[in-house]
Design a protein around this ligand. Structure first.
Ligand code: HEM
Length: 156
């Protein structure tokens, strides 16, 4: 399928990811447990950097690698946080809730793609954040794809 759009394009580009992640971090700020990990409030800079990360992962410009220190920088922010299973579950649930609030495309294929990455990424973040974790210290920023369910185009 040469013409399959990237997940980034399908979402509506950076503006859509920014809308989503701003809605998400507003929810994080309202959750006492999660907000505490961010010192009570999630800064504009953090929202912007994480938006840049997600855009790169979902097939957009490689700006997190080019300008924000890539995978190693992201990893460094999670080391030692001691994320609990409950915090991870809340985090991933709020991502899904925020996608509705921000009116991201709601087709099953798109939502499965972004939430598949969210599930994977939050589980890695939890593992890497534990005391004494054995971490992969260097890696490229991942590039996520549609997996088994790209946008459905009926044949004929
Ligand atoms: C898909 C999963 C995740 C992604 C893509 C992600 C992405 C990122 C990135 C890119 C940064 C660095 C931002 C920068 O460059 O300034 C960061 C920092 C951070 N993340 Fe995550 N993260 C994920 C999961 C989590 C989880 C599950 C938690 C906690 C429950 C968490 C808490 C934090 C905190 C507290 C920081 C540091 C904030 C700061 O220093 O201002 N992250 N994350």
């Amino acid at each position: 399928m040469a013409d399959t759009p990237t997940i980034y394009e399908w979402a509506g580009g950076r503006e859509a990811f920014a809308r989503w992640l701003n809605a998400f971090y507003d929810l994080v700020e309202d959750d006492d447990e999660l907000a505490a990990l961010f010192g009570g409030a999630v800064s504009e800079a953090h929202r912007d950097h994480v938006t840049t990360w997600w855009c790169e992962v979902m097939g957009g410009p490689g700006d997190y690698t080019a300008h924000h220190g890539g995978y190693e920088h992201m990893l460094g922010h999670h080391l030692g946080l001691g994320i609990t299973a409950e915090q991870r579950l809340t985090f991933v649930t709020l991502l899904s809730h925020a996608a509705d609030l921000a009116a991201l495309p709601d087709d099953p294929e798109f939502r499965a793609a972004i939430m598949g990455y969210a599930e994977w990424g939050t589980r890695l973040a939890l593992l890497n954040s534990q005391p004494g974790a054995q971490v992969v210290e260097r890696a490229p920023v991942p590039r996520w794809g549609w997996g088994v369910a790209p946008p459905y185009v009926p044949e004929g």
